[in-house]
Design a protein around this ligand. Structure first.
Ligand SMILES: Nc1ncnc2c1ncn2[C@@H]1O[C@H](COP(=O)(O)OP(=O)(O)OP(=O)(O)O)[C@@H](O)[C@H]1O
Length: 346
């Protein structure tokens, strides 16, 4: 069992802490994505867990073992952790086989079949072993870096933005290969990323870091569909933000009379923030729905974002299937699908 349990970690590089009393639990064999703005402290957290940085306060427990805190500081090489840096960090003077075998005990280093096994695990052919890192694409290098991290069968794998330097197509295929390799080894994984889609699709749990703390930790669905506040909602994707007024039978807002979802904060009254995702709006008619004119279309292939100026002047964005966009200037109805998220006015 290798649950990673981070409790009350406070750490910094100077007087000001970068992380403040951070708590995080990553259950055995699951993946947590740590998502946040640049400079927020994501890498710092990985460095504390890996043992490269000693915290000012708090503990890290891996499985049953306290690896830091309570007067203990287990060195990085004895924590059973595989770490993949943002740039892969391969040794340029060693071939792929040499890179993967680097951390293995002397006897195992000579076993080429272990290297071939690890290459297969990350979806690379065995003959890649004789190539130098410089002869590989960015995605192949990242896979080799993962194979090296997995060589010692670590119980915990830390991935620091491993896909950020890859182009879209390579990113998707590398991500799939890495996810499959991690699933096969049942490693407990923490992935640092600043890519919302990556966090939502790759992880079992997403932790959003803001100002040195986690502002929300939950399943990808909870994080996207039930953000704790307007700020988190905007951080995780496109939002239509409107002002609403609570009335007896719901909330009146530029979209008409709407009802608050049950996962909205309780005790709403007076003026509230109404938050709707563009995919919760449609260009179809419904009783009492507003109309407006199409201002702008942003085409993304599979989908398109249609900006509509409602007749009362409010601008809203509607996500439609890419093939079914209206024309600019067209008059369209805008309906909301289902109840909306509403928050007390910020
Ligand atoms: N070795 C260091 N010495 C001093 N300050 C540092 C050091 N490493 C990081 N910092 C500072 O700590 C803060 C957090 O850095 P960190 O690299 O953990 O953020 P991050 O969320 O991983 O950022 P990014 O997404 O850009 O990689 C930043 O303000 C950074 O400048």
């Amino acid at each position: 069992m290798s649950t990673v349990d981070v409790r009350g970690i406070t750490v910094g590089y100077g007087a000001e802490p970068v992380l403040r009393e951070i708590d995080l639990t990553v259950h055995t064999g699951t993946t947590t994505a740590v998502l946040g703005a640049s400079g927020g402290g994501k890498t710092t957290l990985l460095r504390v867990i890996a043992g490269f940085l000693q915290p000012d306060a708090g503990t890290v427990v891996i499985g049953e073992r306290t690896v830091c805190g309570d007067g203990r500081a287990v060195p990085p090489e004895r924590r059973g952790i595989g770490y993949v840096r943002q740039d892969g960090g391969l040794f340029p003077h060693l071939d792929v086989g040499g890179n993967i075998a680097f951390g293995l005990p002397r006897a195992a280093r000579r076993r080429r079949d272990r290297v071939a096994e690890l290459l297969e695990l990350v979806g690379l052919p065995a003959q890649t072993a004789t190539r130098r890192p410089a002869q590989l694409s960015g995605g192949q290098q990242q896979r080799v870096a993962l194979a090296r991290a997995l060589a010692l069968s670590p119980a915990v794998v830390l991935l620091d933005e491993p896909f950020s330097s890859l182009d879209t197509a390579l990113r998707a295929s590398t991500r799939e290969a890495v996810a499959a390799a991690l699933a096969e080894t049942a490693a407990t994984t923490i992935l640092v990323t600043h890519d919302q889609q990556e966090a939502l699709s790759f992880a079992d749990q997403v932790a959003i870091m803001r100002d040195g703390r986690f502002s929300q930790v939950g399943s990808p669905r909870e994080i996207y569909e039930s953000p704790v506040d307007l700020r988190e909602a905007s951080f995780l994707g496109d939002v239509v933000h409107l002002t609403g007024h609570c009335v007896d039978d719901g909330i009146t807002c530029p979209l008409g009379l709407v009802t608050a979802r049950s996962d909205s904060p309780a005790a709403l009254s007076g003026e509230v923030d109404v938050v709707v995702r563009p995919e919760d709006l449609t260009l179809t008619d419904s009783p009492g729905c507003p109309h407006g004119s199409v201002q702008e279309i942003s085409y993304h292939g599979a989908h398109a974002l249609v900006r509509v100026a409602l007749d009362d002047g409010t601008a809203v964005t509607v996500r439609v299937v890419g093939r079914r966009t209206p024309e600019p200037g067209e008059q369209v109805p805008v309906s909301v699908i289902g109840p909306v998220l509403a928050y007390p006015r910020a």
